[in-house]
Design a protein around this ligand. Structure first.
Ligand code: TYM
Length: 349
């Protein structure tokens, strides 16, 4: 079975963007894959070092995974800091990757802002830790939203450079595995990861501005739907969502140049496991005054039970901690195998 890995940061409340771009896809992938879903607490301290509630936030991501339908017995749910192989491999990747690669990352530029000299070194090295998260399990498939695409390309570059730099040592150690890269068959140690970004809502946009990503850090709470919003709040935010004055188009082509309409149709499609074309075949020609209540109903139907279940799980932090610990032990056993190989390849005694 293919091995799937993905991570979510425990900072701020989870949004509909996190749910549709990532968590809902995790749930679907469980059927045919072995999966690791990680709360990346070490990534959370790259932009801001001191958090008052990191433990609670970590538990709430685990609760969101489980409430959404991830089975932590069948698959692995854990937090990153508990498996030392992530940090250890990230260090080696820091020596594989080039500073220039990191400087080109748009997320680094956005988060560091104008005062780049003052950003943490961890923020710069962020994608290297992300590559280590995936490759310490030699996972091949990574479901993420569109905003993580550039980071995953970097993870591919790191794997390729590691394989090239150490190619003779990988062979000598007898650790080379056959790998197909495009047309080419090569011997290598790390796989070149495959991002899974498809689906009708790879980039859920703000409800107030269809050109901006829906984000946990947007100052306006009306710009996003949080996974823990109650039914009234969800309905109110959708009612208030920015739209244009025209009716919905009959086909996907007609969404061009209408970012708000495109976003709401994408959300509807993702929440109902339909395509945008299919949604428009039902709602084409109708006004937003008809579409929005249908979208609000659908959102409440899908999200309310998840929010309720999250609150129920959060009421028992001990049980969540036990799940995270069990996941970390299983993850660690896998990571240790890779790290033993990597130490041998690099030449550490
Ligand atoms: P994070 O915590 O910012 O977001 C978690 C996941 O949610 C997706 N996402 C969105 N998708 C669609 N529309 C949106 N508006 C939206 N906002 C967020 C993100 O793309 C992501 O999939 N660096 C990662 C976490 C990470 C990771 C990894 C992911 C660390 N190591 C290894 C994959 C593999 C992050 O900060 O995601």
């Amino acid at each position: 079975k293919p091995l799937v890995f993905s991570g979510v940061q425990p900072t701020g409340s989870l949004t509909l963007g996190n749910y549709l771009g990532a968590i809902r896809k995790f749930v679907a992938l469980q059927e045919d894959n072995d999966c690791l879903f990680c709360v990346v607490d070490m990534h959370s301290i790259t932009a801001r070092l001191v958090h008052d509630d990191l433990k609670e936030q970590t538990r709430s991501i685990a609760a969101a995974f489980i409430a959404s339908g991830i089975d932590p017995k069948e698959h692995i749910v854990f937090n990153q800091s508990r498996v030392p192989g992530h940090a250890e491999l990230a260090w080696i990747f820091n020596c594989v990757a080039r500073i220039g690669w990191m400087n080109r990352m748009t997320q680094f530029k956005d988060k560091a802002g104008k005062d780049r000299e003052n950003a943490s070194l961890g923020l710069l090295a962020y994608p290297s830790l992300m590559a280590a998260d995936i490759l310490v399990y030699r996972a091949t498939h990574v479901p993420v939203g569109d905003d993580q695409k550039q980071h995953l390309e970097l993870a591919r570059d790191i794997a390729i450079k590691f394989n090239n730099d150490f190619s003779s040592r990988i062979e000598e150690a007898g650790l080379a595995v056959p790998l197909t890269m495009g047309e080419e068959k090569v011997n290598a140690y790390f796989p070149v990861v495959e991002p899974l970004i498809d689906g009708p809502a790879p980039r859920v946009m703000s409800l107030r501005d269809g050109t901006k990503k829906m984000s946990k850090s947007d100052p306006s709470d009306n710009s996003r739907i949080n996974m823990t919003d109650d039914a009234d709040t969800i309905a109110k935010k959708i009612r208030k969502a920015k739209t244009d004055p025209d009716a919905l188009p009959g086909d996907v082509e007609g969404l061009k140049g209408r970012p708000e309409a495109d976003n709401l149709v994408g959300i509807f499609a993702a929440l109902s496991d339909r395509t945008k074309a299919d949604v428009l075949s039902e709602f084409g020609g109708r006004q937003f005054s008809e579409f929005k209540p249908a979208l609000a109903d659908l959102s409440v139907t899908v999200l309310s039970p998840i929010g309720d279940e999250m609150r129920r799980l959060m009421a028992d932090p001990g049980a969540l901690d036990a799940i995270l610990l069990d996941g970390a032990e299983r993850a660690n056993a896998l990571a240790e195998k890779t790290m033993a190989d990597v130490r041998e390849i690099v030449g550490f005694v």
